[in-house]
Design a protein around this ligand. Structure first.
Ligand code: GLA
Length: 388
C-alpha cells in the first residue's frame, strides 16, 4: 500500500470508526494534443498521469450514502431513492450512482472517503477521475463488473446529467485505460485506440496550472459544442457522408463558408486542423522528432487561442513565457481551456529554469504562484485493476 493509501485508510477509520472494505483510485490526465476534437468524433492523444483520486468505502445498511473528502470541506449525504444535483463536489459521484441505478446495478448504502493528490479544477480532469473512482468503487464494493468502454460512457453521461457539461469521452477513457509509459491515440468515434510509446528521450512533459477557474466554463464549453453542431449541419447539407467535423476537410469548409457565420467557421477550422495535427504528432513521436512535436503543440495553442477562443490572458502568458526558455520545444493549453493548465515539452536540463522563471514571471504579472508538476504517463484505474 502506498503512503497516501495508508493515510486514506486512517482517515476513513477515524471518521467512520471501522475499516474500509474496498479501496480504489483513478488518475487525472493531460492531453498531448487534440483539443475539443473528442465530441466531434475526432482524434485525441492523452496520457493518464501519476496524480490520482483515491477512495475507500464500506457498505452500510439502508439506502444512505455518506461521502467525505480530505480535500474539500463538507460531507455529502444522500438517499438512493432521491438523488438530486446539489451544486457541489458530490455531484460527480452522485451522477455515477444515479447512472448505475438507472441500469439496475445492485447498490445500497455506504460510507466513503475520498483523497486526492490531483489538483482540483486545474484542467487535469479531476472531475473525470472522481467519476471513474466512484464507478470502480461501486464495482468493487457491490461485486459487479462493467466493460471499460461502458464504464467510460457511463461516467461521461453522469457528467452530462449532473454537472451540465456536455463533455466528450477523452477524460473518462484516459482515466480508465491509461497505460504506463504510453499515450493513447484514441479515435473518439469508434473508441479504437493504439498505444504510442511516450518516453521522450531527453524531454519531459511539465504541466503548469494557472490556478484560474472560469465561472462560465461549462456554458462556454457547451456553446462551442453547439457551434460545431451548427457547422456540421451546414456541411452535411452540402456534402454526403458528413456526420461530424471529423468527416470534413478544409476545402469543404471553405466552400460553404458563405453559409456559415464567421465565428462558426473558425470553430470548425480549429477542429479540422487539430485532427490533422494529432495525426502528425503521432508520426513525430514515432520518428522521435521532438522538435516537430513541439511545433505542433505550439500551433495547437494558437488555433485554440484565435480560432476556438478558449484560451485566456493567463494561459497565453504562461505559454509565451515558457517558449522563451531555451530547451522548451512547445507549449499549449491542455484540456477545455478557460483557465486550467498548460503542458510544456521541456528538455531535462531546462526544467529547473522553467520552474523558477515561469513562477517568477507569472507571480509578477498576475500575483499568483502557478503550480508546476512533471507528468509521467501512468496506468489508468482499469489497468491497475487488471494487474491486481
Ligand atoms: C474537457 C472535456 C473533454 C474534452 C476537453 C477538450 O476536458 O471533458 O471531453 O472535450 O475538454 O479537449
Amino acid at each position: 500500500m502506498e503512503k497516501i493509501e495508508r493515510f486514506l485508510f486512517t482517515q476513513f477509520a477515524e471518521r467512520f470508526g471501522h475499516r474500509p472494505q474496498a479501496q480504489v483510485w483513478a488518475p487525472g490526465r493531460i492531453n498531448l494534443i487534440g483539443e475539443h476534437t473528442d465530441y466531434n468524433d475526432g482524434f485525441v492523444l492523452p496520457i493518464a498521469i501519476g496524480k490520482r483520486i483515491y477512495a475507500a468505502a464500506s457498505i452500510e445498511k439502508g439506502k444512505t450514502m455518506t461521502l467525505c473528502s480530505a480535500n474539500i470541506r463538507g460531507e455529502v449525504t444522500f438517499n438512493l431513492s432521491e438523488i438530486e444535483p446539489g451544486g457541489d463536489w458530490g455531484d460527480y459521484p452522485k451522477g455515477v450512482v444515479a447512472e448505475l441505478l438507472k441500469r439496475e446495478y445492485p447498490l445500497q448504502g455506504l460510507n466513503a472517503f475520498f483523497l486526492s493528490d490531483l489538483p482540483i479544477g486545474a484542467g487535469v480532469s479531476s472531475s473525470a477521475a472522481m467519476e471513474v473512482v466512484t464507478c470502480y468503487l461501486m464495482q468493487r464494493l457491490f461485486g459487479f463488473s462493467l466493460p471499460p468502454e461502458e464504464a467510460a460512457y457511463l461516467c461521461q453521461r453522469a457528467e452530462h446529467s449532473f454537472s451540465g457539461t456536455r463533455c466528450g469521452i477523452m477524460d473518462q477513457f484516459a482515466s480508465i485505460m491509461g497505460v504506463k509509459d504510453n499515450a493513447l491515440f484514441l479515435d473518439c468515434r469508434t473508441l479504437d485506440y493504439r498505444r504510442i510509446p511516450c518516453q521522450l528521450d531527453d524531454y519531459v512533459l511539465v504541466a503548469c496550472d494557472s490556478r484560474v477557474e472560469r465561472e462560465l466554463a461549462a456554458s462556454e464549453y457547451n456553446r462551442r459544442r453547439a457551434e460545431c453542431e451548427e457547422g456540421v449541419r451546414v456541411l452535411a447539407e452540402n456534402y454526403e457522408g458528413i456526420r461530424a467535423l471529423r468527416d470534413a476537410n478544409l476545402s469543404q469548409l471553405e466552400a460553404v463558408s458563405a453559409l456559415l457565420n464567421e465565428q462558426v467557421s473558425r470553430r470548425c477550422r480549429h477542429v479540422i486542423t487539430e485532427n490533422e495535427r494529432v495525426l502528425k504528432a503521432i508520426q513525430s513521436m514515432e520518428a522521435r522528432d521532438w522538435s516537430r512535436l513541439g511545433i505542433l503543440m505550439n500551433e495547437s495553442h494558437e488555433s485554440l487561442r484565435f480560432d476556438y477562443e478558449v484560451s485566456c490572458n493567463q494561459l497565453d502568458f504562461l505559454v509565451e513565457t515558457s517558449r522563451e526558455i531555451e530547451g522548451v520545444l512547445g507549449a499549449r493549453l491542455t484540456g477545455a481551456g478557460f483557465g486550467g493548465s498548460t503542458i510544456n515539452l521541456v528538455h531535462m536540463s531546462a526544467v529547473e529554469e522553467f520552474q523558477a522563471s515561469v513562477s517568477e514571471e507569472y507571480l509578477k504579472r498576475f500575483e499568483i504562484v502557478p503550480r508546476i508538476f512533471a507528468c509521467i504517463a501512468s496506468d489508468g484505474a482499469e489497468q491497475d485493476r487488471l494487474r491486481s
